[in-house]
Structures are given as C-alpha cells and as structure tokens.
Design a protein around this ligand. Structure first.
Ligand SMILES: [Cu+2]
Length: 140
C-alpha cells in the first residue's frame, strides 16, 4: 500500500471515530466487547470467558505456536460435525477461524442465547489433549 493511501486511511479512521464519539456518543449497549484469546503450546488462554448476551464480541485470536490451529465455537452439533470432517480452511463463518502458525485472526461473534459454548481446535489430535475452552454467555 502506498504511504499516501495509508495516511489517507488513518485520517479517515480518525475522522470516523471522532464523528462517532461526537454524534452517537458510542456508549450504546451494542458497543462491542473486546477480547483476546491466545494459543500457546496447543492451549487456549484464557480457556474460560464470560460475555454478555446480544453484544458483539470483537475477538483477536493469536496463534503463538509454529503450527496451524483452528478456533471453532458453537454448540455440540457444530463440534460433532467438525470432529468427523475437519475442513482444511475456514473463511466465511465468524465462528470458525483457521489460525495460521505464528499468525492471528480477528472475528466478531454475537451470542443471542445464554449458555455455554465450547470452542475447540478440531485438527487431528488437538482436542483430546485439551485444546478446548468455553464461552459462557450471561443474561436472561
Ligand atoms: Cu490446534
């Protein structure tokens, strides 16, 4: 990207943020919750998160391992599908992210129903030794 274009984008972002703060206030209930999950030695850290229902969760997923992983969140039906047929790459679903070695991904997920949603790496041999975590969605 040319430097001029990059500066233009930064200025546009600043204008957008300042405009949002001035006009909307940016304090509405739908403001995203920022969260980060790191993968280290085939473990999710943290493995337990609690988030509110109906609020976008802006996640940064950081893979510190020199091997690929994946982050798939959902109910048990989702996990059973992936256990029996792991896709090599996930691109379209915010709840299914491929995490390249020493890379990161950003995704935003909104959980509409309270409950526990596990997130798991379904690459062969990763779930059984503990590459599992849980997002607890609070609220009524
Ligand atoms: Cu993995």
């Amino acid at each position: 990207m040319r430097e001029q274009t990059r500066v233009g984008l930064v200025v546009a972002c600043i204008v957008a943020v300042v405009g949002c703060l001035a006009v909307v206030g940016c304090t509405d209930a739908a403001s995203p919750v920022i969260a980060r999950i790191t993968v280290d030695h085939s473990r999710f850290l943290p493995a337990l998160l609690t988030v509110p229902r109906g609020v976008p969760i802006a996640l940064t997923l950081i893979n510190e391992d020199p091997i690929d992983h994946e982050w798939i969140v959902g109910d048990e039906a989702v996990h059973e599908r992936h256990r029996t047929g792991t896709e090599p790459a996930h691109q379209d679903r915010p709840t299914e992210q491929t995490l390249p070695a020493l890379g990161f991904k950003r995704t935003t997920v909104t959980f509409e129903a309270p409950g526990d949603y596990r997130f798991i790496c379904h690459l062969p041999g990763h779930e059984a030794p503990g590459m599992v975590g849980t997002i607890t969605v609070s609220g009524s």
